[in-house]
Design a protein around this ligand. Structure first.
Ligand SMILES: Cc1cc2nc3c(=O)[nH]c(=O)nc-3n(C[C@H](O)[C@H](O)[C@H](O)COP(=O)(O)OP(=O)(O)OC[C@H]3O[C@@H](n4cnc5c(N)ncnc54)[C@H](O)[C@@H]3O)c2cc1C
Length: 500
C-alpha cells in the first residue's frame, strides 16, 4: 500500500550504526514512549541507542500533492502494527491532554473501579510541562472544568476555531455547555511548518509539521550526536545477569544477524502487546514466568476506552476542508446530575473520510453526512481487572480479554452530548453502535505491589535493576482522555530515574 501512494520506508539513514559499541542506555521501540524516553536520556547526557523494528517513513513534499496522506491509504487498517520510527504517532491526531487529577485516584464506576496510581498528578506535573514544551502543545485551560492545576500556562496559545467550528462553540456556550480548546501538538506559529490543513488527524504529515514522536523527540535527540537509531532491528529478548537481579542487555536481530547488546540501563517501550511479550519471552530459571512477573500481573490489568461517534448537522451545504479538530467537551467527565458515575469526554475529530468504511449501499448517505456535519467522538473509560489482557501459552499470546466497558455510562455520555447539541440548536446523528475499543494500555503496569504490578513507582521492573518500561503498557488506567501526553510525561520521568 505504501508504494502506491508514494510514502517510502527509508532504511539505512543510520547506515553506520555500530551495534558492537557500548552505549550508556538502550531503548527498545521508537513510539511515543520510547522516542520520548530516548530524548530524556540524551538530555541527561547519556549516549543512547534506540532499537526500532520498523524504518523511517519519508515522503518528498510536493506542492501539487496533498499535505496529509490518509492512514487508510498508506498504512492500512488501524489494527495492523504501526512498525515505523515514531510508531502510531506518525498518524495520530496530536491531541495532547494531561490526564485529569482524578484519573490518578481510585474511582468508582458503574461496573467496578479504576485503580489508584502509585503516583499522584502532582508527581507528574513538571514532566507534563516538559512534554508539552517538547511536543509544542497549543492549548488553554479556559472553559474546561476538569483541567488540572498547572504551574505555568500552556507553552503555546490555543489554536483558534475556524468559522463553522467557532459558530458551534459559541452556540454550545450560549446553551450553558462548558467547551474548551483541544490541546494540539503542532509546529504552528511564527516560523512553524504547520498550515492548519484538514489532513492531520489520521494522516501522515508531508510537511513534518505534526509533532509526532519522530519529529518532536527523535530529531532533536539525533541533533545532539548522543543518539543512535538502529532501524530494522528487532529486540528478541532481554538478558539478565546470572543472579537474575539486574539487566545485562538485549538480544537483537538486524538483517538476519543476531547481536548481544550490553548495557546496564535498558528501557522497553515496544507498545502493546510487544512489551509484555518481550518480558514474558525473557524468562530464565530465576524468572520462570517472565521478568517482573513474580506476582502473575504480566499481560494482565489491561484498561482502555470505549468510543462512539456523534455527527451534529451544521446545515445543508458542504463544510469546506479545514482544521476543525479544535474543541472538547469535558463537562460530563465526572458524571452529571442525572448519572452519578464518570461518563467521559467528547471531542471533535479531524475531517476523516469515514464513509469509505461504509457498505456500498450506505456509502452515499455516509458521504453526505461527512459533508454537512462535524464528526465527534465520545469516550468513556473501560476498566482493568486481573483477567483483562493477554493470556499466554508458553511464549505466545493465545487470547485477549478486553477491558470491561461501562455500557450505561457510555450511553449516558451519548445522551448528554446529543442533548448539549440539541440545546445549541443542532440535530445530531448518533448511531447506537457497539463501542469501539481504543487507547488500550496496561499489561505491564507500574505499582507498589509486585503481586499486582510489573514495575515499581519509578517504572523499573520489579526485581531487575536497570530495566525500565516507558510506553502505554505501564499505565494502570486509561481514563477517558487521550493518553499520549501522559505516556510522554511518564517516559521523561522514567528517563530521569534511569539516569541517576
Ligand atoms: C490514528 C490514530 C490517532 C491517534 N490519535 C491520538 C491523539 O490524538 N492523542 C493521543 O494521545 N493518542 C492518540 N493515538 C494513540 C497514541 O498514538 C498511542 O497511544 C501512542 O502512540 C502509544 O505509544 P507507545 O510508545 O506505547 O507505542 P507505539 O506507538 O505502538 O510504538 C511502539 C514501537 O515499538 C516498536 N517495536 C515493537 N516491538 C519491537 C521489538 N521487538 N523490537 C524493536 N521495536 C519494536 C514498533 O515498531 C513501534 O514503533 C492515536 C493513535 C492512532 C493510531
Amino acid at each position: 500500500v505504501i508504494k502506491t501512494f508514494g510514502l517510502r520506508r527509508v532504511p539505512g539513514i543510520e547506515a553506520f550504526v555500530d551495534l558492537e559499541k557500548s552505549y550508556d542506555a538502550i531503548v527498545v521501540g521508537s513510539g511515543l514512549g520510547g522516542a520520548t524516553a530516548a530524548y530524556g536520556l540524551v538530555q541527561e547526557g547519556l549516549r543512547t541507542l534506540l532499537v526500532e523494528k520498523g524504518e523511517f517513513l519519508s515522503h518528498p513534499y510536493d506542492s501539487e500533492g496533498p499535505t496529509g496522506l490518509y492512514m487508510g491509504d498508506v498504512h492500512g487498517r488501524r489494527d495492523k502494527p504501526f512498525e515505523y520510527v515514531g510508531g502510531q504517532t506518525k498518524f495520530y491526531g496530536a491531541a495532547m491532554f494531561r490526564m485529569r487529577e482524578s484519573d490518578f485516584c481510585k474511582i468508582e464506576h458503574e461496573n467496578g473501579s479504576s485503580p489508584g496510581w502509585p503516583i499522584s498528578y502532582f508527581d507528574l506535573e513538571t514532566y507534563y510541562e516538559r512534554a508539552e514544551i517538547l511536543y509544542r502543545v497549543h492549548g488553554s485551560a479556559d472553559g474546561d472544568p476538569t483541567e488540572p492545576p498547572r504551574a505555568n500556562p500552556f507553552p503555546y496559545p490555543a489554536i483558534d476555531h475556524v468559522l463553522p467550528v467557532a459558530q458551534v462553540v459559541k452556540r454550545l456556550r450560549r446553551a450553558g455547555v462548558s467547551i474548551s480548546y483541544l490541546p494540539k501538538g503542532l509546529d504552528y506559529g511564527p516560523n512553524g511548518r504547520c498550515t492548519l490543513c484538514s489532513t492531520c488527524d489520521g494522516y501522515y504529515c508531508t510537511l513534518d509539521a505534526k509533532m509526532d514522536a519522530e519529529i518532536a523527540a527523535i530529531r532533536p535527540a539525533l541533533a545532539t550526536g548522543l543518539l543512535t537509531v538502529a532501524t530494522g532491528t528487532e529486540c528478541l529478548r532481554i538478558e539478565t545477569r546470572t543472579d537474575g537481579k539486574s539487566v545485562l542487555g538485549l538480544l537483537v536481530k538486524r538483517a538476519g544477524v543476531e547481536y548481544l547488546l550490553r548495557s546496564d540501563r535498558v528501557i522497553i517501550a515496544a507498545g502493546l502487546p510487544h512489551t509484555a511479550l518481550l518480558l514474558r519471552r525473557s524468562h530464565t530459571d530465576l524468572h520462570p514466568e517472565g521478568l517482573g512477573n513474580q506476582g502473575g500481573a504480566l499481560g494482565k490489568y489491561m484498561s482502555g476506552q470505549s468510543m462512539g461517534t456523534i455527527f451534529p448537522l451544521l446545515g445543508t451545504s458542504a463544510i469546506a476542508p479545514a482544521h476543525v479538530k479544535t474543541f472538547a467537551m469535558n463537562e460530563f467527565y465526572h458524571g452529571s446530575p442525572e448519572w452519578r458515575y464518570p461518563m467521559g469526554t467528547l471531542q471533535v475529530t479531524g475531517q476523516l473520510p469515514f464513509w469509505r468504511l461504509a457498505t456500498p449501499i450506505g456509502r452515499p448517505f455516509a458521504f453526505l453526512l461527512g459533508q454537512i456535519s462535524l464528526m465527534c467522538i465520545y469516550v468513556t473509560e473501560a476498566l482493568s481487572t486481573r483477567e483483562t489482557g493477554y493470556h499466554f501459552e508458553g511464549d505466545r499470546i493465545v487470547s485477549k480479554t478486553p477491558p470491561i466497558q461501562n455500557a450505561r455510562s457510555f450511553a449516558a455520555m451519548r445522551r448528554a452530548a446529543v442533548d448539549a447539541f440539541r440545546r445549541a440548536g443542532y440535530f445530531s446523528i448518533a448511531p447506537r453502535s457497539v463501542p469501539y475499543s481504543k487507547s488500550e494500555c496496561g499489561t505491564a503496569r507500574f505499582g507498589d505491589d509486585p503481586s499486582t504490578s510489573v514495575a515499581n513507582q519509578t517504572c523499573q521492573v520489579h526485581g531487575v535493576t536497570g530495566l525500565y518500561i516507558a510506553d502505554a503498557s505501564v499505565l494502570p488506567s486509561a481514563g477517558a482522555i487521550n493518553t499520549g501526553l501522559t505516556i510522554a510525561a511518564l517516559a521523561l520521568r522514567t528517563a530521569r530515574s534511569a539516569s541517576v
